[in-house]
Design a protein around this ligand. Structure first.
Ligand code: FES
Ligand SMILES: [Fe+2]
Length: 358
């Protein structure tokens, strides 16, 4: 195996697509951790992932032709099966055992397609975090995807420090400057960072006014884990102040569950998959649509500031940064990831993920 993707964690599950992005008849070409891949479904519906590079002369298989469960390179006609094995060479009968392209383990679960970029023998599906909220009758949400011209760690940094809500999302997801002043509780777990933020007795966030109203102030919470390699699972919501939300009671609450995955495409570009689901007003399509629009508007605000930040860093990589208390969660996550990558590269590959529930 070449080391073109050596700066990324490999023995872990990455979200590589929404299920709907890989329809029955066509091909999806997408790069994950610097490695061009091609995805399609076999006739049983199982998602196949192969390296997007013919073993003959390196033509991309994404320019190829599907033939049932197989794919033919449309340069000189080699035919590959779903395991990546070459099964036909038009100009010769003998097929060498080395005539194959790499296949990657895939698991499709709750509308997300997960790929294992490391050693196939270690690809244990039980290590995939629980994202059932993406496909659960008790929650409603809309799938979202954004492409980032930025390193994936800048995106996970953003998810690990919600003090930006008061500034980046002042009129959308955030609101009061009090939100930025909160000191969240940060817990370092085995393979994830847990963040808990409570803002008590404040006005509802601006986006909530289109979804649910209360006569007075609310208590707001964002309680989430960011799991290696970059999957956020977040319980969030608001409930009227004085009804016991901080003690665990959820009375007349607007509850949400967010699943977000940041997957490196290259060292300078990223995929961002997300769905914010609501657990109230389930049959009110206006609520679902308003939430979709608010989330998209908010995430465009994130992308705008992160791309601008990336351009500044790119122009002056040695310019430096100044660590602050608010960076505690993102610094812990970066340290955890760096250690995992170093461990992976220095010893026998081990499973680098775990199932996490919040
Ligand atoms: S490059 Fe694919 S068959 Fe020659
Ligand atoms: Fe944000």
């Amino acid at each position: 195996m070449s080391d073109i993707d050596s700066s990324f964690l490999k023995n872990t599950w990455y979200v590589c697509a929404w299920s709907y992005e890989i329809p029955a008849e066509s091909l999806l070409a997408r790069t994950i951790t610097q490695r061009p891949l091609i995805f399609w479904r076999d006739q049983s519906g199982q998602v196949i992932a192969l390296a997007d590079r013919c073993c003959h002369r390196a033509a991309p298989l994404s320019k190829g032709r599907r033939e049932g469960d197989r794919i033919r390179c449309m340069y000189h006609g080699l035919l590959f099966d779903a395991t990546g094995k070459c099964v036909e060479i038009p100009s010769q009968n003998y097929i060498p055992a080395t005539a194959k392209v790499r296949a990657f383990p895939i698991v499709e679960r709750f509308n997300w397609v997960w790929i294992w970029m490391g050693e196939p023998d270690h690809a244990d599906p039980s290590l995939i975090p629980d994202t059932h909220y993406l496909k659960d009758v008790n929650w409603r949400g809309t799938p979202g995807y954004m492409h980032y011209d930025a390193n994936y760690l800048l995106v996970t940094d953003n998810l690990l420090d919600f003090s930006h809500l008061s500034y980046v999302h002042e009129t959308t997801l955030g609101g009061s400057a009090k939100y930025a002043a909160i000191r969240p509780k940060i817990t370092r777990l085995d393979r994830s960072i847990r963040v808990e933020r409570w803002l008590l007795d404040d006005e509802p966030a601006p986006f909530l006014r289109n979804l649910k109203t209360w006569p007075g102030n609310v208590d707001r919470w964002n309680i989430y884990n960011v799991v290696l390699p970059g999957v956020l699972l977040m319980d969030s919501g608001s409930a009227p102040t004085g009804t016991g939300a901080p003690e665990g009671k959820r009375v007349d609450a607007a509850e949400f569950f967010g699943c977000q995955a940041v997957t490196p495409e290259t060292s300078t570009t990223s995929h961002y998959f997300f769905q914010q689901s609501h657990g109230f007003a389930l049959d009110n399509r206006d609520v679902t649509e308003n939430l979709r629009q608010s989330v998209l508007a908010g995430f465009e605000e994130d992308r705008d500031i992160i791309l601008a930040q990336q351009r500044v860093i790119h122009a002056d990589p040695e310019g430096g940064m100044l660590a602050m208390r608010m960076d505690a969660a993102l610094a812990s996550f970066r340290t955890m990831l760096e250690k995992a990558i170093n461990l992976e590269q220095s010893c026998v590959p081990k499973a680098m993920n775990q199932a996490v529930e919040i």
